[in-house]
Design a protein around this ligand. Sequence first.
Ligand SMILES: Cc1cc2nc3c(=O)[nH]c(=O)nc-3n(C[C@H](O)[C@H](O)[C@H](O)COP(=O)(O)OP(=O)(O)OC[C@H]3O[C@@H](n4cnc5c(N)ncnc54)[C@H](O)[C@@H]3O)c2cc1C
Length: 571
Amino acid sequence: MSQIKKFKTSRNILKVVAINAGITGIFDFKHYKHSNLMDNFDFIIIGAGSAGCVLANRLSANPNHKILLLEAGGKDTNPWIHIPGGYFKTMHNPETDWCFNTEKEPNCDNREMVYPRGKTLGGSSSINGMLYIRGQSNDYNYWRQLGNVGWSWEDVLPYFKKSEDFQFGENEFHGSGGPIKVEKIRATFKVLDLFLEAAEEFGYKKTEDFNTGNNEGMGYFPFTVKNGFRCSTAVGYLNPVKNRKNLKIITNAHIKNINFENKKATNVNYWINNELFSVKANKEIILSAGTIGSPHILQASGIGPSKLLKDNNIEIIKDHSEVGANLTDHLMLRPVYKIKNLETLNDIYYSIPKKILTGLKFLFFRKGPLTVGASYACGFIKSDPHLETPNLQFHISPASTDVLGKASLHKFPAFTPTITNVRPTSRGSIELKSPDTRVSPKIKMNYLSTQEDREIAGKSLKIVRNIVMNSKAYKEYEPEELRPGINITDNETLAVEAGKFANTIFHPVSTCRMGKDEKAVVSDRLIAHGLSNLRIVDASVMPHITSGNTNAPTIMIAEKAADMIIEDSKS
Ligand SMILES: Cc1cc2nc3c(=O)[nH]c(=O)nc-3n(C[C@H](O)[C@H](O)[C@H](O)COP(=O)(O)OP(=O)(O)OC[C@H]3O[C@@H](n4cnc5c(N)ncnc54)[C@H](O)[C@@H]3O)c2cc1C
């Protein structure tokens, strides 16, 4: 069978399963023609990612607003986007991932680390691990404390609830009927249950809900999954409204730059197949191209550090030293434990009968490993008991590999209880390498570049080691530490080792940070400082990284931004 025939057959099978599951819209291949384009729009949204799809939905609810949504990637028709277990088939795949690389990271064995970002409708929410975690109330109270009015936990909780359709219905912390379905896990492994038991032996208690503002505790992740399928923002927000007459969605449109007249954003220029188009915004241009894409487009448009712009022969519209600065990310340290007499995903991966069973479980019951990305169990704990709130997060996977998403799984039973410092102090940057945005920018993460981060890396690996190697729960399964290696005990050597097997956990933020001060890129209403008709709405505006995963916070930001945009457009 040809590749295309195979694709169409599997797509049709999936379509039947999806309809059967009550999910419509995913496999509806409506084409948005570039011809007969309305010639100007009230709002132009750049990037159909986690934030962009929310905005497209909320802003087009008013039929008087003409909205254009521009996205560099294609439609989200790859079936593996929608099957959660297809996680590693969309990452590192140029059809759905920008396939960026970092610069050589000095504290990570000098590696140029792969840096996935979603490039399709739904953006990174179409290729992410679907883990639904909001962070801590303190994260948002700190944003407010920095002077950002309207961003305290109390202020943002209604927007988290508005976006949510919680499996167990509405309560003080959860919403129901919102566009993003949040479900409990549909697969478990004994090796993970044992981790939760082992952690409890050392005082790390279980929690029923990570999303109340206090995320301390251990348990299984909640997922942005609907009936066993991924619920990206394209599925939750865009599909239900894509036929609105006042909403135009153009895919495969790569933004070149934004034009300004007297510091007022006027036009967006974009390529489709190397042909250049320009479109005018009557009211606002909203940049939602993500933490890498937004500063990249701003710099190419003449907004950024003057030296960088001059070096690239770009006319300076506004000298802005912090566009692309403050890049913050969560680094996941990946210790691996070999184990005996417990099933892990490694075993399933190398067994044809087990693989078939996994496929059937998904097809008929929408249960099992195909309903999960990579991480199953979660936990938030403190590296130091004196801290007010947890600063470490577990993402525990019942599988192991040498290089995440690139190498095969190990051929022996093993699992990976990864540990992450959720409030790192290391900072990196995004800088364009060419005035042409089709050339990837320079991504410098500077992971583990502060003494504090190195200390915490060492401490956190010892916490994991203690749970696995010294607990009663695991004893009879004879765990063996493959990485970093039981003989390494001092924090600094552990930090060096950690750098060799660490990976991004894909949470870059803050390259267009919100703030009151002059150096901040946007105001607390997300309007670009010193410019007009331009707002930035995506993960890049976070004043500080949240203590957890970043998709739910980004959706919340876009929900709140939509209300502000609608409010401002009336005045
Ligand atoms: C592999 C992976 C796993 C992750 N796992 C999780 C998880 O399990 N839970 C969680 O909470 N978070 C997770 N995250 C992070 C989370 O998905 C992101 O924080 C969130 O999606 C960011 O949303 P955004 O709107 O800022 O950017 P994005 O969703 O990345 O959207 C940006 C959009 O802009 C488009 N764009 C960029 N540049 C241009 C251009 N020049 N022209 C036109 N369009 C452009 C992109 O193609 C993209 O569609 C993960 C991310 C990745 C990549």
